[in-house]
Design a protein around this ligand. Structure first.
Ligand code: GDP
Ligand code: MG
Length: 746
C-alpha cells in the first residue's frame, strides 16, 4: 500500500475498560457526544460509535461495554471480546482506573494475552493523587511494553496525547507477541501440550493465539468451545478431555479448579509488575479514608438497611413536596386549554377529537412532568454520589436468597425500583449478569417495578383516593413491587429456572460529589425518554382509542328517538323560553325552563354514555367485565388497561377520555382524580386493587419486545405477558374480595 492511501484510511479505535473507569466520559470528551454516564455497570450495554479527526486523519471510535474480564461469562464480555477479535481495531485503548490499578490491570493483561495492540489510558489520576498515590507512567509503560498515557477524562486532560499515542502506535503497526504468563507447575505443562495440538491443526488460529485458545478450554469458555466443535469436533474433543483431566487433578490435589488457579496467577503477575518503582504511596490520603469511613456506617450490617430505607423514603418526600405546586399549574393550564378549545371549535367530531382525544390525553401525560423531574433528579443524585452501588452491594446478600444476584439490583432500579425509570433499559441492564438463569429471572421480574410510566397512573389514583397519605402510599407500593418481584423471582428460580448463583463482582467507587451539569443531563435524559413516548406513541394511541370510543356511535333509530324526546321537551315551552333554555344563563331562570334544561341534560348524558358503551372499545371493555368484576373493574377501567399494554402512560389518557365522554355536564376543568373520586363505581378499595393490577400486569409491548430480544426467544416474551397478567389478576382479586368481606368497598 502506498504511503498516501495508508494515510487516508480511516482508523478504528476501541475503548475497553472496567465498568466505572471513565470510558464513557472519555468517549464524550473526545467525540463531543453526550452519552449517558452511569456509576454502575448496565448503562453501557451497546457499543457506541463516534468520529474524530486528528491532523486530517479520520478516526472511528467505539465505546465497548465495560468488562472486568474477557472470558465469556456475561454478554458484555462477549460483546467486547467479539468486537476486538472480529473487527480487529487498529488500537484498543484500554482505560485503566489509576485509583484501582491492580484490579483494572486484570483486563489489560487479558488484552495483552490476546495479542491485540493496546494503548493504556491511565485515567482518574486526580483521584489516585488525592489519595496520595503517584503512578510512574513511563515505568509502567516499560513493563507492560505498551504506551501508557495519564488522563483525567472528566476534565478532558490528556485526551490529545492519548489519541496522538494511539495514532502513532497504529501507524507504526507493531507486531506484538501475545504476553506469556506462567500459570504454575500444574497448568503450564498441560497448556503447552494443548498449544502444540492447536498449532498442529491450525485450530482457530486465524482468530486467537494458540495459548489463548488453550486457556479458554481450561476456563470452560462455552463460546470458544462451541466454535471449536463446529470447526473440528475431533480436536475439540481432545482438548476438552485434556481440560477435564486437569480439572480433576487440580480438584484432587489443590481442592480448587483451573479458573481460580489462572486468576491467582494473573493477580500474582500484576502484583509483581507493580512492585518497586511503579506505584508510590506519598502520604496517607484521606479521600479513600473518608469513603471508607462513610461506608463503615452506610454499608454496616445493621445501619446500612435502615439508612437505605430512610433514603428511599426521603426520595418520595422530596418528590411530592417539591412537585405539588407545579403539578397543579399544569393541570389548570390544560383544563383552561380544554375550555378554550370547547369554545373555539364548532360542535362536532373535530371538537370531540381535540378536546377528548388530544388535550385530555396529552394533558394527563404532560401534567406529570414536574413530578417525574424531581424524582429523576433525586435518583440521579444517588447514582452520581456512588450510593446506588452501595445499595447493590448490601442487597447482594438479600438477592442471593431469592436466587438473584447483586447486579440484579441495577436492573430493578433502572426498571423503576425507586419508582421512575423504565423496564426497557432495565431489561437491557441484565446483560451484566453472568449465568443465564439469573439473567432470565431478573428479566422476568424487573418489569414488576414501578416504571416512570406507571408512576403517574399510581400518583393519579393516590391523589384521588389517598390524599392524606400520598408519600406513604407510593412508598408502600414501591415496597410491594420489590416484594412481588423477589418472591416471584424465587418461585421462578425454584421451578422453571433451577440452578446455583454466581459470585458478586462489583466494586464500590469512592463517594463523589455530583456535578450540577451531570445531574441535569441525567434528569433530562429520563424526562426526554418519557416525553418522546408521550409525543409519539401516546398521541397516536390516544387518538386511536378516541376513535374506538366514538365510533360506530348510536344507530339512526336511537338518535331519532332521542331527538324526538328533545323535541317534545322543547315543544312544551314558549318561544322565549326556548331561547332561554339554550342560553348560557344560569341564575334566575323560571322554574319550567330550569326543569326543561335538566331534562335535556339528562338526555344528553344518557346519549353519551350509551354511545360510549356501544362503541368498539365499550364492547371490548364490557366483554371483559365478566372476568374483571372479580377484582372490581368496570368496562372503562378494562379499556384503559388494554390501552396500557401499548404504554402504561396511556392508562391515564384513556381513563381521561372515557370519563370526559361519559360526563357531559361536568366542568371541564375538574381533573381526572376529582372525577374518579366522585364516580359511584370508584372507591379506595377499587383504586387499591387497580393500583396492584397496574403494578403487576403484562409489561408494555416495547418491554416485551426487549425481553424477546434479550432472551433470544418469543417464548419468554409471551410467558411474561401471560404470567404477569395472571399474577396481577389473582392479587387484585384476592385484595378486592377480602376488602369486600371486611366491608371496605364503599
Ligand atoms: P464507564 O462506566 O467506564 O463508562 O465510566 P463513566 O464514564 O460512566 O464514569 C464513571 C464516573 O467517573 C463518572 O461519575 C465520571 O464523572 C467519573 N470520572 C470519569 N473520569 C474521571 C476522572 O478522570 N477523574 C475523576 N475524578 N472522575 C472521573
Ligand atoms: Mg459507560
Amino acid at each position: 500500500m502506498s504511503q498516501a492511501s495508508q494515510e487516508s484510511k480511516e482508523l478504528l479505535f476501541a475503548l475497553a475498560g472496567n465498568p466505572n473507569c471513565g470510558k464513557t466520559t472519555l468517549f464524550n470528551a473526545i467525540t463531543g457526544a453526550r452519552q449517558h454516564v452511569g456509576n454502575y455497570p448496565g448503562i453501557t450495554v451497546e457499543k457506541k460509535e463516534g468520529r474524530y479527526s486528528l491532523n486530517g486523519r479520520q478516526i472511528r471510535l467505539v465505546d465497548l461495554p465495560g468488562t472486568y474480564s474477557l472470558t465469556a461469562y456475561s454478554l458484555e464480555e462477549l460483546v467486547a471480546r467479539d468486537f476486538i477479535v472480529h473487527e480487529r481495531p487498529e488500537v484498543v485503548i484500554n482505560i485503566v482506573d489509576a485509583s484501582n490499578l491492580d484490579r483494572n490491570l486484570y483486563l489489560t493483561l487479558q488484552l495483552l494475552e490476546l495479542g491485540v495492540t493496546v494503548v493504556v489510558a491511565l485515567n482518574m489520576i486526580d483521584v489516585a493523587e488525592g489519595r496520595g498515590v503517584r503512578i510512574h507512567a513511563e515505568e509502567l509503560s516499560k513493563r507492560l511494553g505498551v504506551p501508557v498515557v495519564p488522563t483525567v477524562a472528566r476534565r478532558g486532560d490528556g485526551t490529545e496525547s492519548l489519541l496522538r499515542a494511539a495514532v502513532e502506535t497504529a501507524q507504526s503497526n507493531p507486531r506484538l507477541e501475545p504476553v506469556h504468563i506462567s500459570y504454575g507447575p500444574d497448568v503450564d505443562p498441560v497448556l503447552k501440550e494443548m498449544e502444540k495440538i492447536i498449532l498442529d491443526h491450525g485450530f482457530l488460529t486465524g482468530l486467537y493465539p494458540a495459548r489463548w485458545t488453550a486457556l479458554k478450554y481450561l476456563e470452560e469458555d462455552e463460546q470458544v468451545k462451541t466454535k471449536g466443535r463446529q470447526l473440528d469436533p475431533k480436536v475439540s474433543e481432545v482438548l476438552e478431555a485434556m481440560a477435564a483431566k486437569l480439572t480433576e487433578h487440580i480438584q484432587k490435589t489443590l481442592d480448587s479448579y483451573p479458573e481460580a488457579i489462572i486468576a491467582d496467577h494473573r493477580y500474582g503477575f500484576i502484583a509483581a509488575l507493580l512492585k518497586d518503582g511503579v506505584v508510590e504511596q506519598r502520604f496517607k490520603g484521606n479521600r479513600l479514608h473518608l469513603s471508607d469511613q462513610i461506608d463503615r456506617v452506610l454499608t454496616n450490617r445493621f445501619f446500612g438497611p435502615i439508612v437505605m430505607v430512610a433514603v428511599l423514603y426521603a426520595v418520595y418526600e422530596f418528590t411530592f413536596t417539591c412537585s405539588e405546586l407545579p403539578v397543579q399549574w399544569f393541570e389548570t393550564a390544560f383544563g383552561a386549554l380544554g375550555q378554550w378549545a370547547e369554545k373555539a371549535i364548532p360542535e362536532g367530531p373535530l371538537r370531540s377529537l381535540v378536546v377528548s382525544g388530544i388535550i385530555h390525553g396529552v394533558g394527563g401525560v404532560v401534567g406529570f412532568i414536574p413530578l417525574l423531574f424531581f424524582m429523576f433528579l433525586a435518583i440521579a443524585f444517588l447514582e452520581d454520589t456512588g450510593y446506588l452501588a452501595r445499595a447493590a452491594y448490601m442487597l447482594d446478600r438479600v438477592f442471593r436468597v431469592f436466587g438473584l444476584h447483586g447486579s440484579s439490583f441495577m436492573a430493578f432500579i433502572i426498571s423503576g425500583g425507586i419508582a421512575g425509570g423504565c423496564a426497557v433499559p432495565g431489561v437491557m441492564a441484565t446483560r451484566t449478569l453472568r449465568t443465564s438463569r439469573e439473567r432470565l429471572a431478573t428479566l422476568l421480574s424487573a418489569p414488576f417495578m414501578n416504571c416512570g410510566a406507571k408512576v403517574p397512573v399510581l400518583a393519579m389514583l393516590i391523589a384521588a383516593f389517598f390524599t392524606e397519605n400520598r408519600a406513604q402510599m407510593l412508598f408502600l407500593l414501591t415496597l410491594l413491587a420489590w416484594v412481588f418481584a423477589l418472591v416471584l423471582a424465587k418461585i421462578i428460580r425454584l421451578t422453571i429456572l433451577r440452578g446455583p448463583s454466581s459470585p458478586f463482582l462489583l466494586e464500590l467507587p469512592p463517594y463523589r460529589i455530583p456535578t450540577f451539569k451531570g445531574l441535569m443531563i441525567h434528569t433530562w435524559e429520563r424526562i426526554w425518554q418519557y416525553l418522546r413516548k408521550a409525543g409519539t406513541v401516546i398521541v397516536a394511541i390516544s387518538v386511536l382509542l378516541w376513535a374506538m370510543m366514538t365510533y360506530p356511535g348510536l344507530s339512526a333509530s336511537e338518535k331519532a328517538a332521542l331527538d324526538a324526546a328533545r323535541q317534545t321537551i322543547l315543544e312544551g315551552l314558549s318561544l322565549e323560553e326556548r331561547v332561554l333554555v339554550t342560553s348560557e344563563r344560569e341564575e334566575a331562570l323560571p322554574p319550567q325552563v330550569h326543569e326543561a334544561r335538566e331534562r335535556l341534560r339528562a338526555i344528553e348524558k344518557h346519549e353519551a354514555a350509551t354511545a360510549l358503551r356501544a362503541s368498539f372499545a365499550g364492547k371490548m371493555g364490557t366483554a371483559l367485565e365478566k372476568i374483571t368484576r372479580w377484582c372490581g373493574f368496570d368496562w372503562r377501567t378494562n379499556l384503559a388497561l388494554v390501552g396500557g399494554f401499548a404504554a402504561k402512560e396511556v392508562i391515564i389518557s384513556t381513563l381521561g377520555t372515557a370519563y370526559s365522554l361519559g360526563n357531559v355536564d361536568t366542568d371541564e376543568t375538574t381533573s381526572l382524580s376529582e372525577r374518579l373520586r366522585h364516580d359511584p363505581h370508584w372507591n379506595p378499595l377499587v383504586a387499591f386493587a387497580a393500583m396492584l393490577f397496574i403494578m403487576l400486569y403484562s409489561p408494555c409491548f416495547v418491554t416485551v419486545t426487549c425481553i424477546v430480544k434479550e432472551s433470544g426467544s418469543w417464548k419468554w416474551g409471551l410467558f411474561s405477558m401471560a404470567f404477569n397478567t395472571t399474577v396481577a389478576f389473582i392479587v387484585a382479586t384476592v385484595v378486592y374480595q377480602s376488602g369486600l368481606l371486611l366491608g371496605l368497598g364503599s
